[in-house]
Design a protein around this ligand. Structure first.
Ligand code: BGC
Length: 757
């Protein structure tokens, strides 16, 4: 027990405590028995550096289970699975004396180009929040703290330490903040990590509105705000803003700056004391880890990593080919030869680069795993292409490797071609400049597909790649993401049918990069990136613009088939009342195929008519159900008032507009066979008009119209629809100044007085 209160510490000790000791530790104060606790990256496995420090993954770290990266785990749409992974990561943290794990990262995938998308969950804030929450709960259930990052609006790597993300409040509230809000209110994370970038001009590390007003005052955050590594530029200003713990500490400047600011009165000591108290509480929460003597079950964690990777594989397409009419190409048949083509089958890419890079305990390859399952005699390998060299230079198409691959495909019964993004294509620290696969791989597909009809392409990449036209007509496509150290086994399991491809897309696969509105403003210029697309991110944009996509958000096939039926929607409560508006959405899901499989039931809500521009539909609930052949389950999804709301900038709060809402249920944002309508009654959001309200607003609002109606002579111009359309945007105050108008300022004064009486 740290039986110490803030008052026991000297000013110097307090200034030291809100700075770290080094790259990974808090400051211990022996005099008071305050121990030093350790934190370590990261979101998909532990990167604990016991000796030597860096934060680029360049130096080594202890061996740890490398789980699938966030974009993979997110594709599982399975909070229980993320919880399990959180527990396992925490157990490895306990073994190495780590009290706080620096993850999950729940920044929204605003653009597929963000180099760090592999570390982030989704383009959808609801999904990111639910899955991030599960990981946090898993970690913290084992007494290890989480650090939800990077708060907020860190959606690109380009100029990430300085760029100002210029975002309006509605977009912040509806897209970029909800995942943090959900995790903070639902999971009480021990720490939140601020972002590097500026948000509307102010560094996130000093952002009082973000760190104090929203995070603490509105959401009730009671933990420590830690800086991203090097995000602090003005230590006293960061304390004022609400940042408690600077990491790594700028020991040459920060503690002295804090002491000086307190002494000269520019920083109120109570501000420092607040952060010190939070640091003491954090050390108190985390210190038990120091006394543990545990060894994590890493063999079991490898099995979990394998199951997690399979649960995250998305079967994008699985068409029937050739003579066995009707039978989809996957899973692979029980007999026959398989050509395994692609360097990635032998040299796997299974995680991303940067601060999240884990030193894996072991690494499986698709090639070895397939050979051991199918028998080495059924498998023939051809590398097909070379990967970039250590400088990241792309190799050209290799004629010899191509010829060998084509021959292997022609000779085999079925071909599995592994393609993907080389490590140099996506990483923390820089963004992609395009979404395409490497040219040498694209050239290879063109040739291999001429040699076989029975072609399966399996992709490994951390963020979406362009799928068309190269994949058109290829019968089977798997998106395997960066599946961690056991991905090789998991991909083999899915190919052979030992495992179900249980993933669904947590990010849209657009046809072209230029379909994505943020492309216009990515990554910004002259220190600023404008989020001009507003709330239209991911499928919200493609749906609003009615664009085709290659594969829709939420999409993913199974080896069995499912049917949804009997949708029932019942609402309860009332808008802004107790109980508030809510709805229960119930649907039957039936496994209509002949093997066990998983289905993700997705529920989207759309406001049929709104006074603000809203996406046609937004994910507001989902459930993953595993069913035996023939089995059915009645699934209930719950919608709360927030599911119907938008952020009203006029009112500075969440608001629901009266009218009808469409509740659509199905298996992707573009496959929604069941829809229901609900009619919602809600208090009007339109304020009573005043002098500066327009003619149109006076006519539209029932109360002002009643007043106006009583005043206007029967044949007055304002009763003419044509006139109102023409001059409707003029404020009444302006119209009253036009002498020909028949309603002067005195009349308007009287009308306004009557209306507001
Ligand atoms: C990254 C964080 C990471 C930290 C420590 C930073 O550069 O942005 O995500 O947790 O380094 O390695």
């Amino acid at each position: 027990m740290v039986d110490v209160s803030v008052a026991d510490l000297t000013l110097d000790e307090k200034a030291a405590l809100v700075s770290g000791a080094d790259m990974w530790h808090t400051v211990g104060i022996d005099r008071l028995g305050i121990p030093s606790i350790m934190c370590a990256d990261g979101p998909h496995g532990l990167r604990a550096q016991l000796d030597g420090h860096d934060h680029g993954g360049l130096l080594g770290s202890v061996p740890a289970t490398c789980f699938p990266t966030a974009s993979a785990l997110a594709s599982s749409w399975d909070p229980d699975l993320l919880h399990e992974v959180g527990v396992a990561i925490a157990d490895e943290a306990r073994q190495w004396g780590v009290s706080v794990v620096l993850g999950p990262g729940v920044n929204i995938k605003r653009s597929p180009l963000c180099g760090r998308n592999f570390e982030y969950v989704s383009e959808d804030p609801y999904l990111a929040g639910e899955l991030g929450l599960a990981l946090v709960r898993g970690l913290q259930s084992r007494g290890v703290g989480a650090s939800v990052k990077h708060y907020a609006v860190n959606n690109q790597e380009d100029d990430r330490l300085r760029v100002s993300a210029e975002v309006d409040e509605r977009t912040l509230r509806e897209i970029y903040l909800p995942a943090f809000e959900r995790i903070v209110t639902g999971g009480r994370p021990w720490t939140v990590m601020c972002a590097y970038n500026r948000v509307n001009g102010t560094y996130a590390s000093e952002h009082h509105w973000l760190l104090t007003e929203v995070l603490r005052d509105e959401w009730g955050f009671d933990g420590v705000v830690v800086s991203d590594w090097g995000a602090v530029h003005d230590r006293p200003a960061a304390l004022e803003g609400g940042l408690d713990w600077e990491m790594p500490p700028d020991l040459q400047r920060s503690p002295a700056a804090v002491v000086a600011a307190v002494r000269d009165g520019s920083l109120d000591e109570s501000v420092l004391d607040r952060s010190v108290a939070r640091m003491l509480a954090l050390v108190e929460r985390g210190r038990h880890v120091l006394d543990l003597d545990e060894t994590a079950e890493t063999a079991a964690h490898h099995e979990l990593a394998r199951r997690a990777a399979a649960d995250s594989v998305v079967l994008l397409r699985n068409d029937a080919v050739g003579p066995d009419e009707g039978a989809p190409l996957l899973p692979l048949p029980a007999s026959g030869t398989v050509a395994v083509i692609g360097e990635f089958a032998r040299t796997p890419r299974f995680q991303g680069a940067g601060s999240s890079q884990v030193n894996p305990i072991r690494v499986d390859t698709v090639l070895d795993e397939l050979a051991s399952t199918l028998g080495a005699d059924r498998v023939r390998f051809a590398a097909g292409y070379r990967l970039p060299d250590r400088h990241g230079d792309d190799p050209a198409r290799d004629g010899e490797l191509t010829a060998e691959a084509v021959a292997a495909a022609a000779a085999a019964d079925t071909t599995v071609l592994m393609l993907g993004l080389p490590a140099s294509y996506e990483s923390e620290g820089y963004d992609r400049t395009h979404m395409d696969l490497p040219a040498n791989q694209l050239a290879l597909v063109e040739e291999v597909r001429t040699a076989t009809d029975r072609l399966v392409v399996a992709l490994v990449n951390g963020s979406t790649v362009t799928m068309q036209p190269w994949s058109d007509g290829i019968p089977a496509l798997l998106e395997c993401w960066l599946g961690g150290q056991a991905a090789g086994g998991a991909i083999a399991d899915v190919l052979t049918g030992a495992a179900e491809p249980a993933g669904r897309l947590a990010e849209t696969m657009p046809v072209r990069l230029t379909d994505i509105p943020s492309t216009i403003n990515f990554p910004g210029e002259q220190g600023v990136v404008r989020y001009g697309e507003g709330v239209f991110v991911g499928y919200r944009a493609h749906d609003r613009l009615d664009q085709p996509v290659s594969f829709a958000f939420g999409h993913g096939l199974s080896y069995t088939t499912f049917e949804l039926s009997d949708l029932a929607v019942t609402t309860s409560g009332d808008v802004d009342a107790t109980p508030p508006l809510g709805a229960e959405v119930t649907v039957t899901v039936r496994n209509t195929g002949d093997r066990r499989g998983a289905h993700v039931v997705q529920c989207y809500v759309g406001d049929d008519e709104a006074t603000v521009a809203r996406p046609p539909r937004e994910l507001k609930a989902f459930a993953k159900v595993w069913l035996d052949p023939g089995a059915a389950e009645r699934v209930t999804l719950t919608l709360d008032q927030r599911a119907f709301s938008f952020w009203s900038t006029t009112h500075g709060r969440w608001a629901v507009e009266a009218g009808t809402f469409t509740i659509a249920v199905g298996s992707s944002s573009r496959d929604l066979p069941l829809t229901g309508r609900v009619t919602v009654d809600a208090p009007s959001l339109q304020p009573r008009p005043d002098r500066m309200s327009t003619l149109q607003e006076w006519v539209d609002h029932p109360e002002s119209w009643a007043v106006l109606d009583g005043f206007l002579p029967e044949r007055h111009l304002m009763r003419s629809a044509t006139f109102v359309r023409f001059l409707g945007s003029f404020p009444m105050d302006t119209l009253a100044g036009f002498s020909s108008f028949g309603l002067d300022h005195t009349d308007l004064d009287a009308l306004v007085a009557e209306l507001h009486r």
